[in-house]
Design a protein around this ligand. Structure first.
Ligand SMILES: [Zn+2]
Length: 261
């Protein structure tokens, strides 16, 4: 009996070692959130105090512009946050900085505006939304006048291995069943998603690696796999709770400058 136990342990240990040494795929248990008006909070311009259906975004300008609150909600849920920080209406009401929204008053004064990512001349509303939902100011990868480090493939793998998803602000892209973004809106418009895993396809070559994406758009087929080299893009912005080893300590200073002091 004892030798059987030892051999079982040996097999378990071997399985453990091989899993960590040759892990081809690591995915995080993200809760899917679809972008939609998810509480009975009053939307003042539309005189609407109803909850919209989970898949309403395709036909609704309100739900259609909620990818940032929905992505922040997914990120926050992963970190064990709950209501009200995971409600999309609350996230928007507490983080939309422009257009006449009154922060945190329990009503939506703006309708169908979406949120900005701190691109030139725009306030970092998605970062503020992340901060409200998750509870910490995000570390930012990518554009902000070029002073932020760019996200790299090894960094994504390291973050996923350490239980950290990445909020991906895909600039200049709308869901594939939507119209193309007008040129004049390109750098102020995009779509938020969550990078929740990777697969190295059992090869050493990173060129064929894929990421698991949680997309809040109802028609997206989320979750789905996407080529890593189509996710990492120098014009895009990525938010995480964790800064990279050997990179700048924090992007808080650069974001704070936008508000003045
Ligand atoms: Zn709607």
């Amino acid at each position: 009996m004892r030798s059987l136990l030892i051999s079982v342990l040996a097999i378990a240990l071997a399985a453990c070692l091989s899993a960590s040494a040759f892990a081809a795929s690591v995915t995080l248990p993200i809760t899917q959130v679809w972008q939609h008006k998810d509480t009975n909070m009053l939307c003042v311009p539309a005189a609407d105090a109803t909850i919209h259906a989970w898949n309403h975004a395709i036909v609704c300008v309100h739900c259609g512009t909620y990818c940032a609150p929905a992505a922040c909600s997914m990120y926050a849920l992963h970190w064990g946050r709950g209501v009200p920080f995971t409600n999309q209406d609350n996230i928007y009401d507490n983080a939309k900085l422009s257009g006449g929204e009154i922060l945190g008053n329990g009503m939506l004064e703006t309708h169908g505006l979406g949120m900005y990512a701190g691109t030139p001349m725009k306030q970092p509303e998605i970062q503020t939304a992340f901060s409200y939902a998750v509870g910490v100011w995000p570390y930012q990868w990518g554009p902000q006048g070029g002073q932020n480090p760019m996200l790299t493939h090894p960094m994504v793998i390291s973050m996923i291995n350490h239980n950290n998803p990445v909020l991906w602000i895909d600039m200049g892209t709308w869901p594939s069943d939507q119209s193309t973004i007008p040129v004049e809106l390109y750098y102020d418009s995009g779509h938020c998603k969550i990078i929740a895993g990777y697969n190295d396809m059992n090869t050493i070559d990173p060129a064929d690696d894929q990421y698991l994406i949680y997309d809040p758009w109802p028609n997206s087929g989320s979750p789905y796999w996407k080529m890593a080299n189509q996710v990492i893009d120098p014009v895009d912005i990525y938010l995480s709770v964790w800064d990279g080893v050997g990179t700048k300590a924090s992007s808080w200073g650069s974001i704070k400058q936008l508000f003045g002091d």
